[in-house]
Design a protein around this ligand. Sequence first.
Ligand code: ADP
Ligand code: MG
Length: 449
Amino acid sequence: MQDISSIWQQVLEKLELRVSSVSYMLWIKTIKPIEIDESDNFIVAASSVSAKNQILRNFIDKIGECCFEVVNKPLKIVVLDPNEEIEYLKNNKVEETKTEAKPEKNPFVEKFTFDNFVVGKSNQFVYAAARTVAEHPGKRYNPLFIYGGVGLGKTHLLHAIGNYIREHSPELKLQYVPFENFTNDYISSLYSPTKTKSIMEFRGKYRNLDVLMVDDIQLISNKKETQEEFFHTFNELILANKQVILCSDRPPKEISTLEDRLRSRFASGLIHDIQKPDIETRIAILHKKSQLEKYYAEDEVINYIAEHVDTSVRELEGKLSEVYFLATLSGKKVATMAEVEDVFSNNMEEMKNELTPDKIITVVCDYFNTSYQDITGKKKNKEIVEPRMIAIYLISEILDLPLVSIGKLFGGRDHTTIMHSRDKIGEELKVNKKTQTLVNEIKNMLKSV
Ligand code: ADP
Ligand code: MG
């Protein structure tokens, strides 16, 4: 099995996409993986007793689900608080993680191949360009610039190019780098005590290549010094007919503060976008994933998910795995519409009878780690205002209380203020994915109070 820190790293990457950023920062990122024991218990440590409780209450299923996706077998997640952790370490001999470098390790995700990429109208052009570049690096489209929304397969294609070249032309020197890492690499060489040497090493690493792939290049916009360095790296490679491939969530003309000289260079090769898949492609992708990941599901399930999730491929996959995971929990081998109903419904009616405004406020406070007093008080800082608006929204939506009474709960605020908060969150929910996740998480917490 892979070592525990690399497993946990992959689990974190998945979790980051499935919980709100607040929860991720507060409760998930602070978890420390300890070990996976012989009985398939995944032992992890929370940073405090209350963190442990939060995790058990809200995230344990999601963590289990993501672990399952990474190791392909069900693990029981055991969460320890700090005291239990000390006790556990005392009683069990936890093997040190081996940190020896494995230089030959494939830097590309093995599953991200051309074969595993489903081609449809939305991505066929980009797919063909990526294949051409992989077959003839430096000869055709240079640079190749791919852009498109999140979760549509850009990173997958970069890795597919990498895997392909690695297999067919192993003598070529490749480098895949998220722009963020390029920046960090550069900055740390600038601040290194042996600055000149480090910069030389940095340049050696990035300029001495046959193929350079840079992911999320849009992040270049707010990094002036790095832009300059990247400009030179880029020019040197292109002049030497070395292949450069760039991915971005938007076209060069929309990357603000990108210097014009770079903008025109980026657009000097082939630039093309990848779009959201249509329904036929979504169905094909789900069938492919179901077969690759062994997420067995009835056709009806696949069709339902394909029809109802049209945002990104990542979401499609996420829903399929959620549904399948739920099925395995009840001992089924194939996911059915019963699990679909569970995953897609978020029924507020049932909750209504047991909830009071106080309970909602308390849960919201719990979620954001703020106090009841602050949230119902006068403070105007952002950390308080957002939870307050969300509490107001939820009370109004779930309990349907008159605005004036809600105003009273919140320190005698005027009903127009209450209405404003309610509508603001209502609007956010239509357009902002983060707010959606956040509100859903709180609703889930409300179900279990
Ligand atoms: P991006 O980099 O555009 O945000 P990713 O490349 O990370 O998106 O893709 C997100 C997930 O969707 C990955 O698991 C990837 O394998 C999958 N995916 C995206 N497009 C396709 C496709 N056409 N066929 C198969 N899987 C895809
Ligand atoms: Mg990506």
